[in-house]
Design a protein around this ligand. Sequence first.
Ligand SMILES: CC(=O)N[C@H]1[C@@H](OP(=O)(O)OP(=O)(O)OC[C@H]2O[C@@H](n3ccc(=O)[nH]c3=O)[C@H](O)[C@@H]2O)O[C@H](CO)[C@@H](O)[C@@H]1O
Length: 364
Amino acid sequence: MKKQTLNKQILLTGGGTAGHVMVNLALIPLLKEAGYHIDYIGSYDGIEKDLISPIEGVTYHAISTGKYRRYRSIENIKDPFKVLNGIRQSVQLIHKLKPTIIFSKGGFVSVPVLIAAKLTRTPAVIHESDLTPGLANKIAMPFAKKILVTFEETLKYVDEKKAAFIGAVVRPELFEGSKQQACQLLDFNPNEPILLVMGGSTGAKHLNEFIRSQLEVLTKKYQVIHLTGRGLMDESITHPRYRQFDYVKAELNDLLTSADVIVSRAGANAIFEFLALKKPMLLIPLPKRVSRGDQVLNAQVFEQAGFAKVLDEDELSATTFFETLTQIEQETPEIKARMAKRDAKDAIHHVLETIRAHEKHESS
Ligand SMILES: CC(=O)N[C@H]1[C@@H](OP(=O)(O)OP(=O)(O)OC[C@H]2O[C@@H](n3ccc(=O)[nH]c3=O)[C@H](O)[C@@H]2O)O[C@H](CO)[C@@H](O)[C@@H]1O
């Protein structure tokens, strides 16, 4: 009798910002270990291409995608056609690759893939890291088999029969950072305080400009690491106590570990990483007027839990900024004690178990 082997073929998707790729990055090593063939659908030029395509053992497929903009633009008329083309390409890829399951981390690139999943009756599991679901995940929810969420509060926004609260997925390598290595790389003194600024994977122009305007005062007390976002570095600034990077990959764990305090936007992945590494944080969320307001809600939950202090971007001034930083310094032992009590869930294994529970069982 011919021996039957289980065909484990997974199709991953998600992108647009790094936040929509991180869970996939954490998942890929586990999937490889479990013997999956891994394909990834992303856009032609998004950050997911840069982060995923170099990974050995993962085949990256680029498709045409559209995006929803909150402002009037000619692109809003062209984009539905791009999405239609992306659906056609995804259906073709699904027919060719025959995945037993699709896992989506959200972002606009995932919309055509998930519509194609529905058309081809391929089971899909989705993950939402923000407190309120993003548009792509909202579109996918009715036909997803399971919706995994990072915030417990998200359960009230999704179909409770399908949803599971799993906590934050944090890449394991982030726990392996070394302050000493960071200080060597940066030529910083390990005995003096370090403040890290992160504007989110796509950067935050307003936050970047504000930090630069306060550098003289800030660097008197802190050595400053500034992650500006792609293409947003200001090469004209050279200061012995200031280092800027547009986007860091492998060294991120050292840089985060070295920080005594973090000033950041409130992207879901980043703030849970700071929490996992027990870093007190001052959050300046992306305002609701330029987004769907997800970061404002993420930040509120962290403030209520006593993990973060939050400043509205419209209230940001030298006075409010330095007053809030001083409060954080004074309360650091209590903040860290609250963070230490936080139950660290093994979220990434929950993702893998859910995938296994919902995939089609086909033999080859
Ligand atoms: C503008 C926008 O739409 N932002 C959204 C996007 O944010 P964005 O992708 O910016 O934010 P997240 O905090 O979720 O993720 C950023 C990720 O990039 C990593 N990182 C960052 C800088 C760097 O130099 N190197 C690096 O590896 C961080 O460690 C983190 O894992 O997705 C998040 C999760 O859905 C949302 O909460 C944000 O509102």
